[in-house]
Design a binder for this molecule. Sequence first.
Ligand SMILES: Cc1cc2nc3c(=O)[nH]c(=O)nc-3n(C[C@H](O)[C@H](O)[C@H](O)COP(=O)(O)O)c2cc1C
Length: 166
Amino acid sequence: MRVLIVYAGRTGTCAKAARLLQEAFGSGASLRDLRTEKAFPERYDAVVAGSAVRSGQIEPAVRSWLMKNEKALRGKKCGIFICNAFMEESASILRNNFPKAFLEECVAVESFGGEIHMEELGFSDRMKLMSQMKRRRRIAGDSSLIPCLLPDTIRDFAAQMQAEED
Ligand SMILES: Cc1cc2nc3c(=O)[nH]c(=O)nc-3n(C[C@H](O)[C@H](O)[C@H](O)COP(=O)(O)O)c2cc1C
């Protein structure tokens, strides 16, 4: 199965998740960073699109790539993943960012978790993130938020895409 993985993120987590997914596919899935590379789904049997999340939104590069390639993706085996830090929001982020019909057609839809790289963030992003974390702590009383990527989820995702092969 020829697999294309397209992704976009800002501070490296989504890229790392995409590489782990590529490894999990085991047989040379192609990786494309949509912020710097072009990607053409036509030559592939399966397509996975992954995006980092900021303020509840996926990366514009992923959104526009999916819209641009809507026709080419129709009838193809597709998967979606997001990289985000606040896991309790994953379901609503997915619901709000992708058309319902597309999500239902996807073979696999997951959050792969996320990481926070404060040192990579500019001042305004750092402030935005801090205020989001503070707000969540007030709501959930959670003072031990240490987000991380979820390697088991990534492996299961690849297995799910491959299991549906016939
Ligand atoms: C400014 C900012 C806003 C964020 N907003 C959200 C959010 O709304 N929901 C969430 O679950 N995670 C949020 N995150 C966490 C990121 O999704 C997480 O750090 C992710 O791993 C980033 O991926 P990247 O390194 O590929 O950019 C935010 C992070 C930043 C810096």
